[in-house]
Design a protein around this ligand. Structure first.
Ligand SMILES: [Fe+2]
Length: 228
């Protein structure tokens, strides 16, 4: 077998492993739709807008699929629960990027992918975790991942809250630009041409009076920084 064949077999195996892990993460977080795949598409569109090198784009796509593996490894039931977290739970949850970095290493992801997983909750203003990096200390690809993850989470449903409309999710990104998000990344996001993965899963309301059982926007007591 030629070296090229071996490489392509290894690539295929790696892709299959990533797919499996990403699906496990989506299942654990109870996203209604394939969240990791969607984030990867959105992050890649941003990466293209910022002219990232092909290898950096590839690392970002893989990191997008693997970013919450730490949560899967931690297996905490509070992640699936509606409502706010206790201080103790929040501190515990903030370990997931570092555990995710270790999981990515165990899955043989390269160091660039591992670090993107580690830094996917860093904030532009230094208020994120685990390393409280700020502004350009955060690699651009991690800043792209932060925006893609937040937008995809806002516009998707979880069992305990509905999906937000595209318009409302964009407003949230603008409100948090300069705080959580790099303003230049938000600006690039707003300029993206429409594509399927940007569509919200919010279904148009069939009944103007929601029944008591239906999820309402009251399921949004906190914003993306606290989204799991
Ligand atoms: Fe996360």
């Amino acid at each position: 077998m030629s070296a090229t064949h071996i490489r392509s077999d290894q690539d295929r195996e790696a892709r299959e492993a990533y797919l499996h892990l990403a699906e496990a993460a989506d299942r654990f977080e109870q996203y209604v739709n394939p969240h990791g795949v969607r984030i990867a598409a959105i992050a890649d569109a941003l990466a293209e807008a910022f002219h990232l090198a092909p290898q950096d784009r590839k690392s970002l796509r893989i990191a997008a699929r693997m970013h919450d593996l730490g949560e899967v490894a931690m297996e905490r039931e509070y992640i699936k629960r509606a409502g706010s977290l206790t201080d103790e739970e929040r501190t515990d949850l903030e370990r997931h990027p570092v555990i995710g970095e270790q999981e990515a290493a165990r899955a043989s992801a390269d160091r660039a992918v591992q670090l993107l997983v580690r830094w996917h909750h860093e904030w532009w203003n230094g208020g994120g975790y685990p390393d409280a990096l700020r502004q350009n200390e955060i690699p651009l690809a991690a800043r792209l991942l932060r925006v893609a993850d937040s937008y995809a989470a806002l516009t998707d449903a979880r069992p305990f809250r509905p999906a937000m409309s595209e318009e409302k999710a964009r407003e949230q990104l603008v409100e948090r630009a300069g705080l959580e998000f790099d303003p230049a990344v938000v600006s690039a996001f707003l300029s993206l041409e429409d594509f399927e993965e940007l569509r919200s899963f919010a279904s148009p309301p069939l009944d103007p009076e929601p029944s008591p059982e239906s999820p309402t926007n009251d399921g949004w007591p906190f914003f993306s920084s606290f989204m799991k």
